[in-house]
Design a protein around this ligand. Structure first.
Ligand code: PAF
Length: 281
């Protein structure tokens, strides 16, 4: 596995694959790789001739007071995991290489970014959009692979890639969970033992909503109220940031959960804000 820190060098290698007609998959990450990331790499390894990945804790997607400085990092461990997963090239740039002095461009996707995490984390999706645009322009893969845990992010990226005619297919892969249902996340390491014991209730609330929808409930208001009650009872150590039923593509609130509907939640513990989601049908 080759490790590259220079954007130009990474671009020239990846573009040479494209010029030769070699298929490639690209998995962008912020590192601290867990089984969820490895499942994205596995998909890439099995579906393309070349596999590229990046590790870059992107400063522009963190707001003031968020966890940029203490975001978990393990460059050496990540490189070993990437090598074992069959990555051909691992791109690990420094912030100054991605955002050199004078950098002045922003990328903003409107509409889909107004609610959910976009409301709680102003500017977050502009940071994601600009870095993903850069990473795709550098790697220009056949397919870029993202996890569905950040469902809104995936919807934003699909919209952006379509709007900007970026010639890359976007593959969204299912959420991986611990045995007790907690969605895998690099931020789970921030949980205290008490919080870790409660955290699987996030997923249980989603299952409750799906059960209600399967039993014929159509009112998002009733479903949301039931999930909120569940969290109030079972997550005393956390505060709910949002619980919403949205259309999976437009990320706009739905009036009826009998059609396409995604239940998306964000819950704040003392040291970590966790997100999760589930399609109701
Ligand atoms: O999902 C992530 O890890 C990040 O938001 C991404 C897509 C790598 C951009 O920094």
């Amino acid at each position: 596995m080759q490790i590259i820190t220079s954007p130009k060098e990474f671009q020239s290698l990846c573009w040479s694959w494209r010029a030769q007609g070699v298929t490639s998959a690209f998995v962008p990450t912020m590192g601290y790789l867990h089984q969820g990331h490895l499942s994205l790499l596995e998909w890439g390894r099995s579906n393309a001739q070349k596999l590229a990945a990046s590790i870059f804790v992107n400063p522009t997607q963190f707001g003031p007071g968020e966890d940029l400085s203490r975001y978990p990092r393990d460059a050496e461990g990540d490189a070993a995991k990437a090598r074992d997963a069959g990555v051909d090239v691992l791109f690990m740039p420094e912030p100054a290489a991605m955002y050199p002095s004078g950098f002045a461009t922003s990328v903003s996707v409107s509409g889909l970014t107004g609610g959910l995490c976009g409301r709680s984390r102003p500017g977050h999706f502009d940071g994601v959009a600009v870095v993903v645009t850069k990473l795709l322009m550098l790697s220009m893969p056949t397919t870029a692979v993202f996890g569905q845990k950040d469902w809104q992010q995936l919807a934003v990226i699909r919209r952006m890639v379509a709007d900007l005619d970026i010639p890359v297919a976007i593959e969204g892969r299912p959420i991986l969970r611990e045995d007790d249902g907690l969605a895998l996340s690099s931020r789970n390491v921030y949980l205290t033992p008490e919080e870790r014991a409660q955290a699987p209730e996030i997923h249980k609330g989603l299952l409750l909503a799906r059960e209600m929808a399967a039993d014929g409930e159509r009112s998002p208001r009733k479903v949301l109220a039931a999930v909120a009650d569940h969290y109030r009872a079972k997550l005393p150590g956390a505060s709910v940031d949002y619980i919403e039923c949205v259309h999976p593509e437009t990320i706009q609130p739905v009036g009826d959960v009998a059609g396409p509907a995604l239940l998306a939640v964000a819950v704040k513990f003392s040291g970590a804000r966790l997100i999760d989601n589930m399609l109701l049908h």
